[in-house]
Design a protein around this ligand. Structure first.
Ligand SMILES: [Fe+2]
Ligand SMILES: [Fe+2]
Length: 146
């Protein structure tokens, strides 16, 4: 492997390094999201513009599924961190939509790579650690909604 390839791969998410929560279905959703992020980073490296656009759209779609899934399990259950958790989902969704619009307008690969590598991946890791882990414990303790 050339050093150039290695530098690129260093930015990929290693799924084994993602924080794990005590609720397995949530981990599966996070692994799927990591796959989409890695696919996007690959297309940014050597794909056509259209492939990058589609990979970004796939990520945004998956984020919606991911966040609706978690919020659906947690809402109306007296989970004290519900609002702050939902707000954190909304914030990264807005930032990612903005990065998507910038991509559509300027096709700036470096800017999009930087957003994904520096902002999005860090957000995902911190969010899982700080928010999803607490939500998973709540769900484990109180069971899924009937
Ligand atoms: Fe999550
Ligand atoms: Fe979450």
């Amino acid at each position: 492997m050339s050093s150039e390839n290695f530098a690129t791969l260093a930015f990929m998410i290693d799924k084994k390094q993602l924080p794990k929560v005590v609720y397995d279905d949530m981990n599966r959703v996070h692994y799927d999201e990591a796959d989409l992020i890695n696919a996007l980073l690959h297309t940014l490296e050597d794909g056509e513009d259209q492939a990058v656009t589609e990979a970004m759209e796939a990520l945004l779609e998956h984020m919606k599924v991911h966040f609706d899934y978690e919020e659906g399990m947690l809402k109306n259950r007296g989970f004290s961190m519900f609002d702050i958790h939902r707000h954190d989902h909304a914030r990264i969704t807005n930032e990612t939509r903005m990065a998507y619009m910038n991509w559509r307008n300027f096709k700036d690969r470096e800017a999009l790579s930087e957003f994904i590598e520096d902002d999005f991946i860090e957000w995902l890791e911190l969010h899982i650690q700080a928010m999803d882990s607490v939500a998973a414990e709540f769900l484990q303790k109180h069971g899924e909604k009937e």
